[in-house]
Design a protein around this ligand. Structure first.
Ligand code: IDP
Ligand code: MG
Length: 153
């Protein structure tokens, strides 16, 4: 089953929204396969946001991502990457549709609550960047037959 990678950003930690955001993912039926709190540094952020290093807002983004510890997660589900991106919404919270996480919880382009992987390939790279193999868990969930039809998994 597909996995995606999420960061609950310092905006989520500072504003006390961890539970609200996590609840959305769990209610949707995504399975937490890894979760931990960590402090990010400039080196890992330069890798993670390599596509943005020459953008004028990059120094501000790095500073923002190091303002508090973050919570990183791996979430598992059928089509997990696309499902989570649609739940998260557009990058700028002011433009994100109501009903999405960014649309419901934020007002900023930079302070936009969560990171979510944009492809299965990048999800695998990001999970390997932020987690040790032994921090990712594969387990059966008791709701299995209520969550997917047999031919979906
Ligand atoms: P995404 O998070 O929706 O995938 P990316 O383009 O990958 O968006 O950008 C990564 C992060 O960089 C965003 O989530 C946001 O925090 C920040 N960012 C992107 N564009 C801007 C901008 O124009 N101004 C300030 N911050 C930005
Ligand atoms: Mg991105």
């Amino acid at each position: 089953m597909e996995q995606t990678f999420i960061i609950l950003k310092p905006s989520t930690i500072s504003r006390g929204l961890v539970g609200d955001v996590l609840t959305r993912f769990q209610r949707k039926g995504l399975i937490i396969s890894g979760i931990k709190m960590m402090t990010l540094n400039e080196a890992i952020l330069r890798e993670h946001y390599a596509h943005l290093t020459d953008r004028p807002f990059f120094p501000s983004l790095v500073k923002s991502m190091m303002r508090t510890p973050v919570i990183v997660m791996a979430l598992k589900g059928v089509d997990a990457v696309a499902v989570v991106r649609s739940m998260v919404g557009a990058t700028n919270c002011r433009k994100a549709a109501p009903g999405t996480i960014r649309g419901d919880f934020g007002m900023s382009g930079q302070e936009n609550i969560v990171h979510a992987s944009d492809s299965p390939e990048n999800a695998a790279i990001e999970i390997a960047r932020f987690f040790k193999p032994e921090e990712i868990f594969d387990y059966d969930i008791i709701t299995g037959p209520a969550l997917y039809a047999p031919d979906e998994v």
